[in-house]
Design a protein around this ligand. Structure first.
Ligand SMILES: Cc1ncc(COP(=O)(O)O)c(C=O)c1O
Length: 372
């Protein structure tokens, strides 16, 4: 079959090509100054991002996986502790916990594809020290319920907000609910750089101070080494690119929210689908739509039909929730999450697609189910 249109899931060259002239100008400027590590562009970006999120400290680091580990370590997690996380996440969430010596304990996915508070309660033991929801697809979890659980049980709240820069619940920005969160600047993220990058965001002065040291060989401001650490700094050049992209970020989030509205208008009557909540579903949530993930009956057939029609889709995490990564030692069974992973699929959601592209995707999905 020859497709009448081509809608890739994500168009990596556009991360560069959309802003080519400006990015080349930035490269020339940074390169000519020899400003490669820890220079003014990084400090400016950290300040600008702190201002955008309303969170006091931003510490640029090598990627969000390192950020998670450093956040967990700075929060004092250690061997013998348990931390509950949602199994519908990247393995990086669990790895961040694991590398402190603590045990990551997976729980079920709930409404809006985020951490299920009831499942969290069932996972609490005497060893539980913290919970770490993933603010998945650019949407915060049910933070009132999760904060209640933390308060009742004396638990710390940490966030994997890698996918949720600027997402809000009741006016609090992802990363600002507990002791800290992280952001990923992986190229396909809502604020993507031209390589790897990430940061820790926190309102906690002590966490901020420790993460800064951990990311730079354990050295303090006087360059005295106080901890065993590695090197995980955000490149000054990437920070300069990000600074520019941040200046257009609000528009790009608005565009994503509009794409989600088009998906809702086109797909909300199809009984065989469950859609990620619409931007207008609940005024308490401000979602930034890193992804548009749906549950679909006959998911694999639908995916193949869309491929035949030139449409790229993706099943998150290669189709495996973290608790099924048995080689990492997980033994839990989570029936709701396992069912979800037979049905979930992500549709194109990025600023390179046009309204016509999204309407075409909707038409093809309608056509697929009409014939079933
Ligand atoms: C939920 C989540 N956590 C952590 C990460 C890790 O981010 P990075 O690739 O910057 O290490 C990602 C990236 O895909 C993610 O989506």
């Amino acid at each position: 079959m020859t497709a009448t249109r081509n809608v890739p899931f994500f168009n990596y060259p556009q991360v560069y090509l959309d802003d080519k002239e400006k990015l080349l100008e930035i490269l020339d400027n940074v390169g000519s100054r020899g400003a490669f590590i820890g220079q003014s562009d990084l400090l400016e970006f950290e300040e600008n991002l702190a201002q955008y999120t309303g969170i006091k400290h931003v510490i640029g680091v090598g990627n969000a996986t390192d950020a998670l580990w450093m956040l967990c370590r700075a929060a004092g997690l250690t061997s013998g502790d348990e931390v509950i996380f949602c199994s519908h996440t990247m393995v990086a969430t669990a790895a961040g916990i694991h590398f402190t010596g603590a045990t990551p304990v997976p729980c079920e996915v709930g409404f809006g594809w985020t951490m299920d508070p009831q499942s969290v309660e069932k996972c609490i033991t005497k060893k539980t020290k913290a919970i770490m929801p993933t603010q998945l697809n650019g949407r915060c979890a049910d933070m009132d319920a999760l904060k209640d659980i933390c308060n009742k049980n004396g638990l710390m709240l940490l966030e994997d907000s890698a996918q949720a820069l600027g997402a809000k619940y009741k006016e609090i920005t992802a990363g600002g609910f507990g002791r800290g969160g992280v952001i990923s600047f992986y190229p396909a993220k809502t604020l993507g750089c031209l390589g790897d990058g990430g940061c820790v965001i926190t309102n906690d002065d002590e966490i901020a101070k420790l993460v800064r040291q951990y990311s730079n060989h354990g050295r303090n401001e006087k360059l005295e080494t106080e901890y065993w650490c590695l090197n995980s700094r955000l490149d000054n050049l990437q920070a300069a690119f990000l600074n520019y992209k941040l200046s257009k970020y609000k528009q790009s989030v608005e565009r994503r929210r509009n794409i989600a509205r088009i998906y809702h208008a086109g797909l909300n009557k199809i009984e065989q689908l469950v859609l990620q909540p619409s931007p207008d579903n609940d005024p308490n949530y401000f979602d930034i739509f890193q992804n548009f993930e749906i549950e679909a009956e006959k998911r694999d057939e639908l995916k193949a039909y869309l491929v035949d029609n030139g449409i790229g889709t993706l099943i998150q995490w290669g189709g495996t929730p973290v608790h099924l990564m048995q080689k990492l030692g997980f033994t839990q069974s989570l029936p709701k999450t396992e069912r979800f992973f037979t049905r979930c699929i992500m549709l194109p959601m990025n600023t390179s697609v046009s309204d016509e592209d999204i309407n075409y995707v909707c038409d093809k999905i309608v056509e697929f189910y009409r014939n079933k």
